[in-house]
Design a protein around this ligand. Structure first.
Ligand SMILES: O=C(O)CCC(=O)C(=O)O
Length: 329
């Protein structure tokens, strides 16, 4: 049974399929409820098609127990790396991580969440840090078999956290456990409208909810899929699909990265969409930060620059080849 839920238009920009209106076309992410798991593979995973399984977590213990206070009561002494004093912007990669990293225990973090004026979050922490929580989520129900490289993470944050529009290299099942988040998705072929960061082609300068069309006029040609995620919703984000998430309340999410990661052949077209700016910067960073080892500052909620990542791949491949020749293989 398909059930297209109504989107809260107070939280997200209005939907529009009228391309004569200024701004991108906005459509709802498909919602499915009932007995959806059997259709996941064929209809969504194999077709790389986003979908929200409404209420898919209703019998997961996490949904009935996880709150900020639950983590404080059960894991208060666990030390975590936190991003705090976060900027009020949808483009966190404009900032640098070092200025926002704090280390504290979960108890202090939950107090901070409740009192801080600026957003803060425990971002992308493995559930292994919180013993017992791994048994309270059941992403494995979506997959006939596991490969062993899956990562189950949690995101715990105050109202107003922004992930920034970006893509990842793994398929992702994103479960909203507590509170609400607004999500925007764009297909990989929309990359040419997204004004990627020169040093990080997987990060966009555009706020998909409130784009600055004077600065980023091509974004008006894009198609944005969007929804409000509520407790119990599981969203499928196919690998290399652009996504941004913003919390509209205190929020706890858990996500599950799985499958084969996108390789160079999938990533290079996305880098090329950024044009000479991205490709030139990648070559420069390959030499400057990779080969010559010059220090770089990591952007907030970001990986190392693309050029450094590429350098590491090349270095490891060369190392393996030299190792094989030395051992006479
Ligand atoms: O929830 C968030 O703020 C970001 C989540 C995300 O980017 C992801 O699961 O890949």
């Amino acid at each position: 049974m398909n059930d297209i839920s109504k989107i809260e238009t107070s939280n997200v920009p209005p939907m529009s399929s009228d391309t004569t209106l200024a701004g991108p076309r906005r459509i709802e992410i498909e919602r499915v409820s009932g007995q959806p798991l059997s259709v996941f593979h064929e209809r969504y995973l194999n077709a790389a098609q986003p979908v929200i399984f409404t209420g898919a977590m209703s019998d997961w213990e996490a949904v009935t127990t996880w709150t900020p206070d639950y983590f404080k009561d059960h894991y208060g002494d666990v030390q975590v790396r936190v991003t705090a004093d976060l900027p009020d912007t949808a483009v966190p990669s404009d900032y640098f991580w070092e200025e926002h990293i704090r280390r504290m225990n979960v108890s202090d973090f939950v107090d901070l969440m409740k009192s801080a004026e600026r957003p803060c979050m425990i971002d992308s922490r493995s559930l292994e840090f919180f013993p017992g929580t791994m048994q309270q989520v059941h992403f494995e129900k979506f997959l006939p078999k596991l490969e062993g490289n899956e990562m189950t993470m949690t995101w715990i944050g105050s109202k107003g956290t922004h992930s920034g529009l970006h893509f990842d290299r793994f398929d992702n099942l994103f479960g909203q456990v507590y509170g609400e988040k607004v999500v925007c998705l764009l297909a990989p072929d929309q990359s040419r409208y997204l004004y990627q960061f020169a040093d990080l082609c997987q990060k966009s300068n555009v706020d998909p909810e409130a784009p600055d069309l004077d600065k980023y006029p091509d974004f008006a040609k894009a198609t944005v899929m969007q929804a409000v995620l509520r407790p119990g919703d599981v969203l499928f984000i196919p690998k290399v699909w652009w996504h941004s998430l913003r919390s509209t309340s205190s929020s706890i999410s858990s996500n599950f990265w799985f499958g084969k990661d996108a390789g160079l052949s999938e990533l290079l077209p996305l880098a090329k969409a950024g044009g000479a700016r991205v490709m030139g910067r990648m070559a420069r960073d390959f030499v400057w930060h990779g080969l010559l080892g010059r220090r770089f500052e990591r952007r907030l909620l970001s990986e190392e620059p693309n050029g450094v990542w590429l350098y590491q791949i090349v270095r490891d491949a060369v190392g393996r080849r030299l190792g094989r020749s030395a051992s006479g293989e």
